[in-house]
Write a protein that binds this ligand. Structure first.
Ligand SMILES: [Fe+2]
Length: 244
């Protein structure tokens, strides 16, 4: 399994607070069956702007050294959406402050809780025509997307992909996010399950519980695609495998 969304870089956002905690998070993920994690610090959000890509890459390298060679740390960002984001994406790959996932053409984007569908449609369209593939982080926690399947379906039809959070699927955040995830899964509108882990205790890493639940309800093939096959396509910068 490959975890595409986690806050393991120490001291840059509300995730790991130290290298010790970051290493412990990686060990938890490895014990749970993960082979790699993409570190996705918050970017362009309030006090967590995190536009210094070189500093973030240095932290990821340091963490990789401490974790050792058996578990891969890749780098990306959870990019908060604002009206200047497209200008920032235009500066890629040489400049700008945002980080695609593992150097690929996939971008993990977090819509603002006060966003609108019209803005989202514009953003997804512009990203797609310029060769980027947006992955919408946890639609079940975006108030104007959660519980609106048709809205999510319209963004997916434009090319957006979606990532739900493992602990939403397993009901650790209550019935409402779980029900929204189940509805998205029923509709075939989920492309990735990731941990969005923030620490060793509060929101810890781990995908296996969600994997097992999804395998039981929607089948092994679906579960494997969401935690392994599709994330692997992202980190190797390939199109998602076709579904039959
Ligand atoms: Fe996150």
């Amino acid at each position: 399994m490959i975890d595409l969304h986690c806050h393991i870089l120490p001291g840059v956002d509300d995730g790991a607070r130290s290298f010790a905690e970051a290493v412990a998070m990686c060990r938890l993920a490895a014990d749970d069956g993960c082979e790699a994690m993409v570190a996705t610090p918050h970017q362009r959000r309030g006090e967590w702007w995190n536009a210094d890509r070189r500093q973030l890459a240095a932290l990821a390298d340091q963490l990789q050294t401490q974790v050792g060679p058996g578990f891969r740390i890749l780098l990306g960002g959870e990019i908060h959406v604002d009206s200047e984001l497209l200008d920032e994406v235009e500066k890629l790959p040489a400049g700008g402050g945002v980080l695609p996932l593992a150097g690929s053409r996939y971008l993990l984007i977090e819509f603002d809780s006060l966003g609108t569908e019209a803005e989202a449609v514009h953003l997804v369209h512009e990203l797609m025509v310029t060769g980027w593939r947006p992955i919408v982080a946890h639609p079940e926690f975006i108030p104007w997307l959660a519980a609106d399947l048709e809205r999510v379906a319209r963004l997916v039809a434009l090319g957006a992909l979606t990532q739900v959070t493992a602990m939403s699927v397993t009901c650790d955040f209550g019935r409402r996010p779980q029900n929204d995830c189940f509805a998205l899964l029923d509709a075939g509108l989920v492309h990735f399950v990731a941990s969005d882990s923030h620490g060793v205790r509060r929101r810890p890493p781990g995908l296996k519980r969600a994997y097992s639940l999804i395998a039981g309800r929607w089948g092994e093939d679906v579960a494997r695609r969401l935690v392994a096959d599709n994330p692997r396509a992202v980190v190797t910068d390939r199109p998602l495998p076709e579904t039959v």
